[in-house]
Design a binder for this molecule. Structure first.
Ligand SMILES: [Zn+2]
Length: 112
């Protein structure tokens, strides 16, 4: 295999940044176990496929300030709901669970 000079190489810092935001295997298994404990083991809501895959990252869903129609501006205080996603391996439908409800947010920090 020959090297392609035009192909971008990931820098050391971006590789480290990526590693920090990903859920490791142990964290994913803890989430899956918690979902099973609360009975959240059903199939895809769209196509019925029982094979859902946990995504190895946390989604931060912005909570809109309902007192204003303005979108949050950069640097403005915004609240987030920490979500974990499950993706259907057949149709791509995404299901999300709030990590706070699942007990993984303590004192405002995500602890899995
Ligand atoms: Zn599906």
């Amino acid at each position: 295999m020959s090297a392609n000079a035009a192909e971008p190489k990931p820098s050391e810092s971006s590789a480290n940044a990526t590693a920090k935001i990903l859920l490791d295997e142990e964290q994913q298994q803890k989430i899956i176990a918690r979902l099973a404990a609360v009975g959240a083991t059903g199939p895809c809501l769209r196509c019925g496929n029982p094979h859902l895959e946990i995504q190895n990252g946390i989604v931060k869903d912005v909570l809109q300030d309902t007192s204003s129609q303005a979108a949050p501006s950069p640097g403005a205080h915004v609240s987030f709901a920490p979500l974990v996603s499950l993706v259907c391996k057949r149709c791509g439908f995404v299901l999300q669970h709030n990590l706070g409800i699942l007990g993984f947010v303590k004192d405002g920090k995500i602890e899995i």
